[in-house]
Design a protein around this ligand. Structure first.
Ligand code: FAD
Length: 462
């Protein structure tokens, strides 16, 4: 890394339409906060870009000065890849515009938008695209890793709905890429993460959704976890694409529809979603209810945009978080037993184990159709350890790691890159799976010096 003089920093500052923050400035500490409070990195400078011209300037500056570079979208990545110590952060959090062309069922989304921005704009036309389940997550990181949520079984992953992108690559050029223009790069960004450049605009296909959909929770006592999860497993294997059901094992939050005596006790919550109205899915709701004897239930018509925010209160920063994740193609009895054994000893009030349901439209593509390869995975299981007091770090990490190890023999071997932690570089090959080799070749072509390496990194190679 070359030494950078004050005059060069001033020059960079002047050349941006946005702003440049350096240590000591009033907004600096706020700007280096991200979702996971375990991450405490101190960048040398944070370029709050206002548009693609700023992004190009910042990419050129980092490259020419040999500075470590990170790209921040929504700041949600568990591994803290949005920040880099002693380097330059391209902060896209001021680039959140969303343009909808309702007639063409398309949305153009700036690289720093969060999911709620897209839902807000698209839902005003009764449209949506598959993104994730928490409205404050960044569209950028989520999409580049694959991106799944409530609409995935019906309409596929976020990457399956990506029509084109504008991307600033390591040379500083901005390319418009799609199936016809730079098809190799367009393939790579659909699952290859932030390895290939800074996406300034994503173009998504939209679908008619809602505005009213069906959503809610059916909650069972932990004592019924065995039969409930086995019935859940058998049921979702043949589930209609119009329905999604995720399973969450955690301590019950104080939800108004649950009896007070249940609050804070271990439960199995099944989150039910369908883009259809409740009357169309009554029998599916009844099927799920019949998995056991629920202690509470609240399922019904809800505006899609509101459903997309329903889990936000459980995910508000600052909290310390540590994740461990496995994909499962199927859930054996032994896998269910391990899940239950560890859910019975959650290390903190807010920790949970969840099974996110894939399948449906997400699994109709070949593994090499996009860089996201896990087209056989039916569940992405995430061990979401979450706590407030640093004194609990050791116990929380130990629980997550032990559970991860105990579950490994029953899992598919793959993992979703967006759920990988900082300490999991040894799982990167498994995360990119059979596409890893081609990704390394595309990386060599577009970023031979690995400028974009604060991510689940793909080293250039042929
Ligand atoms: C509370 C919570 C809920 C989640 N729910 C889901 C879910 O339902 N479904 C799901 O699929 N995932 C989910 N995730 C995981 C999520 O996909 C990843 O954390 C993802 O990395 C978040 O993207 P971000 O832009 O917010 O993160 P950031 O930390 O800002 O970015 C992560 C990385 O993405 C890259 N990046 C981001 N934006 C751009 C861009 N415009 N151009 C180039 N590179 C970019 C960079 O390499 C960066 O290091 C969730 C995460 C959290 C914390």
């Amino acid at each position: 890394m070359s030494t950078i003089g004050v005059s060069e920093i001033d020059e960079l500052q002047r050349s941006l339409r946005g702003s440049l923050l350096v240590p000591g400035e009033p907004d600096y500490d706020e700007a280096r906060k991200i979702w996971n409070a375990m991450i405490d990195k101190r960048p040398a400078m944070i370029a709050r870009c206002a548009g693609s011209a700023d992004v190009r300037t910042a990419v050129n500056f980092a490259r020419d000065h040999g500075l470590p570079l990170a790209v921040r979208g929504g700041g949600h990545n568990i591994a803290g890849s949005a920040l880099v110590n002693d380097g330059l952060v391209i902060d896209l959090s001021r680039m959140r515009s969303v343009q909808v062309a309702a007639h063409d069922m398309r949305a153009w989304v700036e690289g720093g938008a969060i999911l709620g921005d897209v839902d807000h704009e698209a839902q005003s036309f009764g449209l949506a695209t598959p993104l994730g389940i928490n409205s404050t997550t960044g569209v950028g990181g989520l999409t580049l890793g694959g991106g799944f949520g409530w609409l995935t079984r019906k309409h596929g992953l976020a990457v399956d709905n990506l029509v084109s992108a504008d991307i600033v690559i390591a040379s500083g050029e901005r390319l418009h890429i799609d199936h016809d223009s730079h098809p190799d790069l367009f393939w790579a960004i659909r699952g290859g993460g932030g390895n290939f450049g800074v996406v300034t605009t994503f173009e998504f296909a939209l679908h008619a959704v809602g505005p009213m959909v069906t959503g809610g929770l059916i909650v069972f006592p932990f004592a019924q976890a065995g039969p409930v999860l086995r019935k859940y497993r058998d049921y979702v294997e043949a589930l209609d694409d119009n329905v999604s059901v995720w399973a969450v094992l955690r301590k019950a939050p104080p939800l108004p529809f649950l009896p007070a005596a249940v609050h804070g006790t271990d439960v199995v919550a099944l989150a039910f979603f369908s883009p259809q109205p409740p009357e169309a899915v009554q029998s599916a709701i009844a099927d799920v209810r019949a998995f056991g004897e629920p202690v509470g239930e609240h399922v019904g018509a809800v505006p899609y945009a509101a459903w997309q925010q329903v889990f936000d209160p459980l995910l508000i920063p600052p909290a310390r978080n540590y994740w461990k994740s496995h994909n499962f193609n199927q859930l054996s009895d032994a896998a269910i037993d391990v899940v239950i054994a560890y859910a019975s000893k959650l290390p903190s009030e807010q920790s949970e184990i969840f099974l996110g349901l894939l399948g449906g439209a997400a699994n109709t593509h070949a593994p090499d159709a996009t860089a996201y390869p896990h087209r056989e995975a039916l569940y992405a299981m995430n061990v979401h350890t979450r706590w407030l007091d640093p004194a609990e770090d050791a116990a929380c990490l130990a629980w997550a790691r032990e559970f991860f190890k105990a579950a490994a023999p029953h899992a598919a071997g793959g993992v979703y890159i967006n759920f990988l932690n900082e300490d999991e570089a040894d799982r990167i090959a498994a995360a990119y799976g059979p596409n890893y080799r081609r990704l390394k070749e595309v990386k060599a072509q577009y970023d031979p010096d690995n400028l974009f390496r604060s991510n689940q990194n793909i080293r250039p190679g042929v």
